[in-house]
Structure formats: C-alpha cells, structure tokens
Design a protein around this ligand. Structure first.
Ligand SMILES: C[S@@+](CC[C@H](N)C(=O)[O-])C[C@H]1O[C@@H](n2cnc3c(N)ncnc32)[C@H](O)[C@@H]1O
Length: 275
C-alpha cells in the first residue's frame, strides 16, 4: 500500500474538510491509505499529492466525489439504536397525526439527512406503515439525502443482502416488508414509493430541501468541527416550521450551540423541537 506523508495528510485533511466537513485527525493515515490508496493506480497517480492536485483541477468534480465516496463512513443498519424508532412510533408521528384528525389523507414529511445506504429511511417507512396500515393512500414522503452517491445508489435500489438484513431487522419485518429477489431481498414497492433519495451536502446544499415535519440527522455531526456542527444544525432548523422536530444521534448533543431548539425528553428519549 502506498504510504501517505505527513504533508500529504494535511493536504487531504483540508480537501476533505472543505468539501464535506469531515475532520480527519493525524491518526487517520491508515484510513487514508486504505480508502484512497486504491484510487491512485486507477487514475495513474503515484502519490496522494498527485491525487489531490488532479481532484482540484477536475472540473467535472468526478474525482472529488470519488474521494468523498471512499472517505465517508457509511455504517448504518435497520432500526439503528432502536429508541428513535420507538420515539417516532409512540410520540412524534402520533403528534403529527393528531393535528390532522379531520383529514382523510395524512400529510407527512420526514427527512433522513445523511441517509447512507437507506436503512434509516426504510425503517421509518416500516414504522409508518405499521401505524397507518397503507402508506400509499396518504401524502407521505420520506426523503433520504447523503453526500455519498454510491451509498444513495444502494439506497434507491432498496436491495439488501443477508448481512444487512441480519442487522436490526426482525424476521417478522423481513417477511412483511421485503420480497425475495434471490440472492437478495428488496424493500416492497409501497415503501419504496414513499421514499426518495437525493445527493446533498448538508453544509452547503440543503437550500432546495422542502420544509419537513421531522428531521433525523444521526451519526454524522460527530465527524464535524464545532463550527460545522453549528452550521449543520442551523441549516436543518431552517427546514422545520415552528414546532418541527429534530432527532440526532444517541452520542450527539447540541450543547454550547446557539440554535432555535428546545430539548425534549419522552420517557428518556431525547429530541429537539424548533422554537
Ligand atoms: C455513519 S453514516 C450515518 C447513517 C445514518 N444516519 C445512521 O445513523 O445510521 C454517516 C453518513 O453521513 C454522510 N455524510 C458525511 N458528510 C456529509 C455531508 N457533509 N453532507 C451529507 N452527508 C454527509 C456519509 O456519507 C455517511 O453516509
């Protein structure tokens, strides 16, 4: 494997942080070598300096996206951390429904910001179907965005293998919400019909995202600097009406940030309501 020099690591750090916000610390040389090393022979570069110079010169941004795809950690699984999905099922979605008691068609907008390969979006869709019975009879949209185009391609297909399906999904849910497409399983058409995926950089490109009822932004802010965390949550706040809900990762918090959110606690489940 081609070794990265200290100087190249600094250059890559700047490139990655300015393009997607992810902070790579000095101990990340192995990560850089293992994830970006394979690109070097592909583009005929003999070192990481050449890679970054080529990416900076490339007007199509293809190489930039390739670097981002390789450097981002797309770890996710169905019903990750469980509790946010209980919160959605027992509090957040019933609250939205209550406000629309007289409507025959429920309108619901949920955004999985940093959706990775889609498991969070489809977990939300399963929760909604289990609450409402039929999702396609209503005006429901679950938007999944991510900076990684590779991850979103997987998400859009909704096709998962044994390993992904063994993480977080019960046998009953697999049977109910998926169809076998040997050797994979595909999320059923009705759930895929309410899901939509779109590449978005949360630090720069969220302007076109419509206003949401609920935003899930989990396990991405912890890769960002304090300034970018503040920027990220400010961008998300703009996409919620007063009273709209933000759910963040179980190891994340909004402490020390100047944001228009009130911290709420539902049986030990923390969420944030826009003031
Ligand atoms: C660890 S995954 C979290 C996925 C999911 N939210 C969960 O909790 O399971 C983090 C995701 O954030 C995405 N990401 C990183 N920086 C981003 C940015 N600036 N804008 C949008 N997505 C970003 C990565 O591509 C990755 O898919």
């Amino acid at each position: 494997m081609i070794k990265v020099t200290q100087k190249e690591l600094l250059l890559i750090r700047d490139f990655v942080e300015s393009n997607c916000g992810i902070v790579l610390d000095d101990s990340k040389s192995y990560l850089v070598e293992s994830r970006l090393g394979p690109i070097l022979p592909e583009i005929g570069a003999s070192n990481y300096l050449e890679l970054i110079v080529s990416a900076t010169k490339d007007r199509s941004d293809k190489l930039k996206h390739k670097i981002i795809d390789c450097i981002t950690t797309n770890e996710t699984y169905f019903f990750r951390d469980q509790k946010p999905f209980e919160l959605l099922a027992h509090k957040l979605i019933p609250d939205v429904l209550e406000k629309q008691l007289n409507q025959t068609k429920i309108k619901l907008r949920i955004w999985s910001a940093a959706a990775s390969t889609g498991q969070e979006v489809y977990s939300v869709a399963m929760v909604i179907k289990e609450l409402l019975g039929k999702v396609t009879d209503h005006d429901i949209r679950i938007l999944g965005t991510d900076i990684s185009k590779n991850a979103l391609e997987i998400a859009s297909r909704g096709l998962y293998g044994k390993i992904e399906l063994s993480r977080g999904l019960t046998g009953a849910r697999l049977k109910k919400h998926f169809t076998a497409k040997e050797p994979l399983w595909q999320v059923n058409d009705d759930l895929r019909a309410v899901a939509q995926f779109k590449p978005t950089n949360l630090l720069t490109g969220a302007t076109l995202i419509p206003i949401q009822d609920i935003i899930l932004c989990r396990n991405v802010a912890f890769y960002f600097s304090k300034e970018n965390k503040q920027r990220l949550f400010q961008n998300l706040a703009k996409k919620l009406e007063t009273g709209g809900i933000l759910v963040i990762g179980s190891t994340e918090n909004l402490v020390g940030m100047d944001l228009p959110f009130e911290r709420k606690d539902f049986h030990g489940n923390i969420y944030y309501q826009k003031k």
